[in-house]
Design a protein around this ligand. Structure first.
Ligand SMILES: [Zn+2]
Length: 91
């Protein structure tokens, strides 16, 4: 009986810790996203006439969602050298 109870508590504890861990990693990801410049900051910082990669000067820039394809938090990266450039928000 005790063994079963201990086992159930253990499983619940694991679930709780797993949840905390996932939340922690998601927060870290979000903080990392916030550290990218916004597109306005990027334009100001790079002083380029058009938005382009500061690293290789390519105009070919792709974007992707932070955690999933349809994530509203977008990261824009250079297609040529893969450098992450700036962040935007959908909608
Ligand atoms: Zn580049």
């Amino acid at each position: 009986m005790y063994v079963t109870a201990a086992f159930i508590i253990f499983i619940l504890g694991c679930g709780f810790l797993g949840d905390r861990l996932i939340t922690h990693f998601r927060e870290r990801k979000h903080e990392a996203w916030l550290r990218f410049p916004s597109i306005e900051e990027y334009a100001r910082k790079t002083q380029l006439s058009r938005i382009q990669c500061w690293h290789c000067r390519s105009y070919s820039i792709r974007q992707y969602g932070l955690e999933a394809r349809n994530d509203k938090r977008r990261i824009h990266a250079c297609n040529q050298c893969n450098t992450n450039l700036y962040r935007t928000m959908w909608g």
